[in-house]
Design a protein around this ligand. Structure first.
Ligand code: GDD
Length: 315
């Protein structure tokens, strides 16, 4: 199988490429020309806002499967830069689908990666959330991912394109940038341990509950969905268990010998923060046989270890 990962330079792309190669797929990826290409990968420069560039790459490679990861993926940043989020997440998806349509008789499998945030204001009786409940997005980022999901459905129905939609819940691990809660917390703990900051950790809203999965489990789910997911359908990818951000912080702090004080930083609080997001993963399990394998504590340990080795990066 030949895969193209559109937007391969982010946190998930490298792990997905590794997973696919491990089972014998050939893999190419795209990234912005301004980004540094990782070694050992077949990389094509691409700005997702340029449909003609996408079509050129597709004509040249003709991948069997396209994983669409290119996105503005930070909820926090979407409050600060809504226009960029709309452009990349909505226009980018349409450009990709139109570029595929431009090529006669070309029917690649396409995975559109959306988000658990799409569910938004979930009612207590709807938790854990299954794919068919009403979505009520509570932020700009989530709204763009809802739009992408609707667009994917329309293209699948109208043009018979084999598109599978994913709603990925929080995924974490080594290499994730700051701006996401586990990276933010682990980086600060590593800095305290290295004597680079006072023994105080700045946090945002600790009362929310989120569903965290190790990125290596997540990319395995993406591969299985590319192989076995039904066209025109949406699948949740998550652990199936929500954890309080306060519990998450306690677990991270318990992995360190340092005595660290916790301080709420008002800049980290969001205008709206959905209280609980937890996935029902019965459909994914039923259609693919996937289940999460890596325990949360092991992922936190791995991520903290990454920051201990790299306290200076992503400053
Ligand atoms: N980032 C961050 N930094 N979040 C914090 C902090 C902090 O210091 N302190 C508390 N939080 C809270 C946030 O308010 C939120 O309730 C929760 O921790 C998780 O925040 P993020 O890690 O930023 O993730 P997210 O849930 O907003 O979005 C992530 O998950 C989505 C799927 O559910 C992202 O990975 C999205 O791309 C993804 O689609």
């Amino acid at each position: 199988m030949k895969a193209l990962i559109v937007g391969g330079s982010g946190f998930v792309g490298g792990y997905l490429a590794q997973d696919l190669k491990k089972v014998g797929w050939s893999v190419a990826m795209t990234m912005l020309s301004s980004e540094k290409a990782p070694e050992g990968h077949d990389v094509y420069p691409l700005n997702i806002l340029e449909q003609a560039q996408i079509a050129d790459i597709l004509r040249c490679l003709c991948p069997d499967v396209i994983f669409h990861l290119a996105a503005q993926s930070s909820v926090g940043l979407s409050w600060k830069n809504p226009a960029l989020t709309v452009d990349v997440n909505i226009k980018g998806a349409v450009n990709l689908l139109e570029a595929v349509r431009e090529i006669p008789d070309y029917q690649p499998r396409i995975l559109l990666i959306g988000s658990g945030e799409e569910y938004g204001y979930v009612l207590p009786e709807e938790v854990p959330v299954s794919e068919n409940i009403k979505v009520r997005p509570g932020n700009l980022y989530a709204a763009t991912k809802v739009a992408q999901n609707l667009i994917g459905n329309i293209y699948a129905k109208a043009y018979g394109m084999p598109i599978v939609m994913v709603r990925a819940f929080n995924h974490i691990g080594a290499g994730q940038k700051t701006g996401f809660v586990v990276a933010d917390f682990c980086k600060q703990v590593a800095e305290v341990e290295a004597g680079l900051r006072e023994p105080v950790i700045q946090v945002g809203n600790l009362s929310a509950r989120r569903d965290f999965t190790d990125v290596r489990d997540v990319v395995r789910a993406y591969r299985l969905l590319a192989e076995k997911g039904k066209s025109g359908e949406t699948y949740n990818v998550g652990s199936g268990h929500a954890v309080g951000i306060d519990e998450l912080l306690a677990q991270i702090l318990s992995l360190s010998e340092a005595k660290i004080r916790v301080e709420v930083d008002a800049k980290r609080l969001r205008p709206i923060d959905i209280p609980v997001i937890e996935a029902d993963i019965a459909k994914l399990k039923g259609h693919t046989g996937w289940k999460p394998e890596i325990p949360l504590r092991e992922t936190l340990q791995w991520t903290l270890q990454f920051w201990r080795k790299n306290p200076e990066i992503f400053r």
